[in-house]
Write a protein that binds this ligand. Structure first.
Ligand SMILES: [Zn+2]
Length: 146
């Protein structure tokens, strides 16, 4: 019988081979890029936002298995959610899906890059499109992730 650790490991390998929502969106409502130079992870996200909901999200780039798996999970969680719900997503929502809550510090940036990019992207959208003055909190949250 497989242990939970084996199952999570298999999920990460599977996501890294076949990432979810991988690709680009032409003329997206918002896009954001960031990288984790320590590991070489580099991702872009693209989102379309309609009626205050993320109607489509894709990510593109390259990264280690943990980065690709967490980016995949992030897009699966975000797709179809309202901006308010997306703003509430915390790191454990993503790490928990893959059993990575106790990830060693050296790999945490791989895991959280996608969430950081997501928070900055939503911040950029709110600040630029809606002149939302509360968006600054999101920027602080993003920079505090790691
Ligand atoms: Zn990495």
């Amino acid at each position: 019988m497989s242990s939970n650790a084996d199952i999570y490991h298999e999920m990460i390998v599977e996501y890294s081979r076949h990432p979810s929502n991988f690709g680009k969106i032409e003329n997206p409502d918002v896009t954001y890029h960031d990288s984790n130079p320590l590991c070489g992870d580099s991702i872009d996200i693209f989102m379309n936002i309609n009626d205050n909901k993320v109607s489509d999200i894709k990510f593109h780039g390259r990264g280690c298995a943990i980065c690709m798996a967490c980016s995949s999970v992030m897009t699966e969680i975000v797709k179809g959610k309202t901006i308010d719900d997306v703003k509430k997503i915390q790191k454990d929502d993503i790490l928990g899906e893959l059993g990575l809550q106790n990830l060693q510090a050296v790999r945490i940036k791989c895991a959280l890059l996608s969430l950081k990019v997501l928070k900055y992207a939503i911040y950029t959208y709110l600040a630029n499109h809606l002149n939302d003055t509360n968006a600054d909190a999101l920027k602080q949250e993003a920079s505090a992730l790691y």
